[in-house]
Design a protein around this ligand. Structure first.
Ligand code: UDP
Length: 419
């Protein structure tokens, strides 16, 4: 059996005060015909990164509306995750050598997982490339019943995907009944699939990461991590990944400090079990930091968890998410929800979240990042009003209830299709 991820309980009604009774009523109506449906979400890691963050709320919410949902993680190995991280990079546009050895490592682990997968489900949702080929290897396993509907949820932007790697995955993915994407631009033209759905990810306003926190508590957390709550703070929260461009953020910060000498930078990033590149990138960032005491580099290794991330995002005067490539970038909605303006790389789902000039700015270079940061640090009223506009944009579009509604609609439509 695959590892089941233990979950907290969530109660849909508690969201009514934030999103309104109508949204809750719509969700209950969509969920009614699906009551008791068995749903399995399957991904590669129980923590670290956006998918784990999403599932920790989404699966409990499915349960709270009567579905029998669970979340399991694949069984992996260092070698397997090294290969799948390269696949992830290649699907985002990096060139890699997709060798027969790598393919074998991938497929052998998929086969192990196919043998370990148990249970009977009405819907199985496999997230991202790591489990994508699983369905091809289930054969007549009891898990693969004729009535089971299979959905591939791709969180990555495949616009510039390496053609060799994508062509390897495409036939596996096309076996699914449907695929769900963050935005239309991410879907390769070559994908042959009848049901292609768009449903961007969302944040949970009631999670520990996003709950309101009193200001003195926020200031105390900053102090405990050596950050001065009385000086300007710029913050980027993300895995230590080259596509998140943490070194570019340090370069932008250096330019900002020439004009705002008191500014501090915080790079907070978690290490995920399915991301072996993290430690290597951490070393590069440490080198770029060059001992600067005003550049704070923190991770879950220093016990930076959800409460600390929440506090750092609230403490920041400006939040940066300078991604060069991005799936969605939950950190953007997290910051906007806290009323912080966001300077985001013009990449992937960041462009859905930051309306340029309204909720912050979209940027494409170190220079632009620095310029916009100086502008916002120099005009805190503007920063405040952009943050407020961002919060309402997130309320309308990127809270967990919207995503729940989208998925219930997908399941409802798939349930009506003939087996
Ligand atoms: N995150 C965290 N601690 C960290 C860094 C990131 O909890 O030190 C969380 C972050 O708050 C967000 C998620 O990890 O909820 C990252 O999701 P995102 O979509 O931004 O990026 P991904 O990692 O999926 O590429």
């Amino acid at each position: 059996m695959l590892e089941r991820v233990p979950l907290l309980e969530k109660e849909l009604d508690q969201y009514a005060a934030i999103v309104g009774d109508d949204a809750v009523d719509r969700i209950r109506a969509l969920a009614e015909p699906l009551r008791g449906a068995r749903v399995l979400h399957l991904n590669a890691t129980p923590y670290g990164g956006g998918v784990a963050e999403l599932l920790a709320t989404h699966v409990p919410l499915l349960r709270s509306v009567g579905l029998d949902a669970e979340w399991q993680v694949m069984h992996g190995s260092d070698e397997f995750f090294a290969v799948t991280k390269q696949v992830h990079n290649a699907l985002q546009g990096a060139h890699i050598e997709w060798t027969p050895d790598m393919q074998r490592t991938y497929l052998e682990k998929i086969l192990d997982n196919a043998l370990l997968l148990e249970g009977e489900y009405d819907f199985v949702v496999a997230h991202d490339p790591q489990p994508a080929a699983l369905l091809s290897f289930l054969g007549d396993s009891p898990v693969n019943r004729p009535s089971t509907r299979w959905v591939w949820r791709c969180h990555i932007d495949l616009t510039d995907a390496d053609p060799t790697v994508w062509e390897f995955f495409r036939p596996h993915v096309e076996r699914y009944d449907a695929s769900v994407w963050t935005m239309p631009a991410f879907v390769p033209d070559s994908l042959q699939m009848d049901t292609v759905v768009f449903a961007p990810p969302c944040i949970d306003p009631l999670s520990v990461k996003n709950l309101e926190l009193p200001e003195p508590f926020v200031a105390e957390i900053c102090r405990q991590y050596g950050i001065d709550p009385n000086r300007p703070l710029i913050c980027q929260v993300s895995r230590f990944d080259p596509w998140k461009d943490p070194v570019g953020v340090i370069e932008a910060y250096r330019a900002v400090r020439q004009q705002i000498p008191g500014a501090q930078l915080l790079l907070a990033g978690s290490m995920a079990t399915d991301d072996p590149e993290g430690f290597h990138v951490w070393e590069q960032v440490e080198a770029a930091r060059d001992g600067d005491p005003d550049v704070h580099l923190l991770s879950n290794i220093q016990q930076v968890g959800n409460v600390q991330i929440n506090a750092f995002q609230r403490a920041a005067d400006v939040v940066i998410q300078k991604s060069l490539r991005e799936g969605f970038g939950l950190t953007v909605s997290e910051a906007l929800w806290k009323g912080r303006p966001v300077i985001g790389g013009r990449a992937g789902g960041i462009v859905l979240q930051v309306r340029d000039g309204l909720d912050g700015y979209l940027v494409a270079s170190v220079e632009e990042t620095a310029k916009r940061t100086v502008e916002l640090l120099g005009d805190l009223d503007l920063a405040e009003s952009m943050g407020e506009s961002g919060r309402e944009h997130v309320r309308a579009n990127f809270l967990s209830t919207r995503e729940l509604e989208d998925w219930l609609r997908v399941f409802g439509e798939l349930a009506e299709q003939p087996a």
